[in-house]
Design a protein around this ligand. Structure first.
Ligand code: AKG
Length: 179
């Protein structure tokens, strides 16, 4: 359930399943143990699988989905309403985060969206429009789908938490259209 203070025109653009995964700890540990992380960004580590989603001046090689990500993408396809062909993973330390931004829809399939599966420590995702902020707690095992149209009017951020907060991984799913 989304927080009650969320305006209707924000809630309409989100789908939130707090208990999407049964055993998020297992996947968290598997990804921590197996993923080779890219360290080019300062506030988080990343890894890209599938057709690359190149952004923020970074490019990634095309790497097939590992089996755990392929299984997750399959499970997420119905709630997301699109079949992901890219998984961009983020690994955050407690004080890591992502500033306010909107996701570019240019390379994404029409009527798809952006999916976020959260693992590890629960963190807040904050939505902002016209100076008003709305925070959503993302617990381990949750799935959030953001629509593409909302990116035009809303920004979102993952604010830094305390350095003692445990690590979090987000698996962000997209459907890229190759040209
Ligand atoms: O890691 C997260 O949950 C945030 C991801 C995000 O904001 C994005 O992919 O645009």
């Amino acid at each position: 359930m989304l927080p009650r203070d969320f305006p209707g025109d924000l809630a309409d653009e989100l789908r939130f399943l707090p208990d999407f995964l049964d055993a998020p700890e297992r996947l968290f540990e598997e990804l921590l143990a197996t993923v080779v992380w890219d360290t080019r960004l300062r506030n988080r580590k990343t890894a890209s699988f599938g057709i690359p989603y190149n952004y923020s001046g970074l490019t990634y090689p095309e790497i097939p989905f590992p089996s755990a990500i392929a299984a997750l993408a399959e499970q997420a396809t119905t709630p997301l309403g699109f079949r992901p062909n890219n998984a961009l993973l983020n690994l955050y330390a407690g004080n890591g985060g992502m500033g306010f931004h909107s996701d570019s829809s240019a390379a994404l399939a029409t009527d798809s969206g952006v999916g976020i599966i959260s693992l590890g420590a629960a963190r807040e995702l904050v939505f902002r429009r016209s100076g008003a902020n709305y925070a959503l707690q993302l617990p381990a095992g949750s799935l959030l789908r953001m629509s593409l149209p909302m990116q035009a009017s809303w920004q979102h951020a993952l604010p830094a938490a305390s350095p003692t907060t445990a690590a979090r991984i987000s698996v962000t799913f997209r459907r890229i259209v190759s040209d």
